[in-house]
Design a protein around this ligand. Structure first.
Ligand code: AMP
Ligand code: MG
Length: 305
């Protein structure tokens, strides 16, 4: 596999995962990891997720294994759940952004799994977009964000879930730091004491910084503003607001909507409209929790700061 040689020689490779495309580098090669930060324009205080293909690799990375971890691994790996554990000091500081914890995930995408198994070492891989821009769910989204950077991309078609992994800290009380493709309800079945603390500050879990996942066209939450023919509207199976000309309806099914969300935001951004609006999904819906991750992304994408 050419990608393996490229990674072994310190290169960066675009990789498919079941959540979004990632930008992978050998986790123990500090120069390769710095190249990820340079390409993304990612702040140095935003740590990276390490990806593994076998749970035995946890011991190479984490210094403490919490007693609940085997149950979590059994229930959710491979899959879109990232766990944060106390880090071994051998994990380069750049990966941890200087902190004493490390984020780990065992992904389910067969192409990424095969790459991880062949290279047989952890790969650091954040989402393959410029920092704070919309996450990529196809290989061409990755190319669009890095038009002048000739790193290879393994194209495996559109990703399956379309939303990033849920980030769960198991340091101290189990705490969700980022809402994502693994539901809070399913985690609570194994961890009844689970709390949710979505950090608002970069140093806690920086993917959660205020403005994120954002299109370049001004993007607002729709609250009955008058619409013109130059406005685009994103909605989730609710009635089309009066005057809306350009409408993206992602349906009232949160799984389908999550899958299509980022591609729709990119398409809206490329439609040369003046303003984009979103009618937030189903705030009084009985299955409101299914929409938590999507609503979180939309709130961040519409933040101005
Ligand atoms: P990305 O891979 O770009 O989707 O972002 C990775 C996410 O994992 C961000 O929200 C990071 O802040 C979070 N993350 C990575 N490492 C850690 C860590 N050691 N502690 C807390 N959050 C982390
Ligand atoms: Mg990201």
């Amino acid at each position: 596999m050419a990608a393996v040689d490229y990674l072994r020689s310190g290169g960066v490779v675009g990789v498919p995962t079941e959540t979004v495309y990632g930008l992978a580098a050998s986790a123990f090669n500090v120069e390769a990891v710095s190249e990820i930060y340079r390409l993304k324009g990612r702040p140095a205080n935003n740590p990276l997720i390490l990806h593994i293909h076998h749970q035995d690799q946890i011991e190479q990375i984490a210094s403490t294994i919490p007693s609940c971890l085997p149950r979590i691994v059994e229930a959710f790996w491979p899959g879109p759940l990232t766990v944060v554990l106390k880090s071994k000091t051998s994990v380069p500081e750049i990966v941890r952004a200087g902190g004493d914890t490390v984020a780990i995930r065992l992904p389910s995408h067969p192409v990424f799994q095969q790459l991880l198994a062949t290279i047989n070492e952890p790969l650091a891989a954040p989402s393959a977009n410029r920092s704070n821009h919309i996450s990529p769910t196809t290989a061409s989204h990755v190319e669009d964000d890095f038009p002048k950077e000739p790193f290879p991309i393994l194209d495996a078609g559109p990703t399956a879930t379309g939303l990033e992994s849920t980030v769960l800290s198991l340091v101290g009380v189990p705490t969700v730091l980022r809402l994502g493709a693994t539901s809070v309800e399913s985690l609570k079945q194994i961890l009844p004491e689970l709390t949710i603390k979505i950090p608002s500050h970069q140093t806690d879990s920086p993917g959660t910084s205020k403005r994120h996942y954002a299109p370049r066209t001004p993007f607002h939450i729709w609250s009955n503003q008058n619409l013109t023919t130059e406005d685009g509207v994103l909605l989730f199976g609710t009635p089309v607001p009066e005057g809306a000309d350009h409408v993206w309806d992602l349906s009232d099914d949160p799984v389908q909507a999550g899958k299509r969300l980022y591609a729709a935001l990119r398409e809206m951004d490329q439609s040369h409209l003046r303003n984009l609006y979103v009618v937030l999904p189903h705030q009084d819906h009985p299955n409101q929790t299914d929409w938590l991750a999507i609503t979180d992304r939309l709130r961040r994408a519409t933040q101005s700061g």
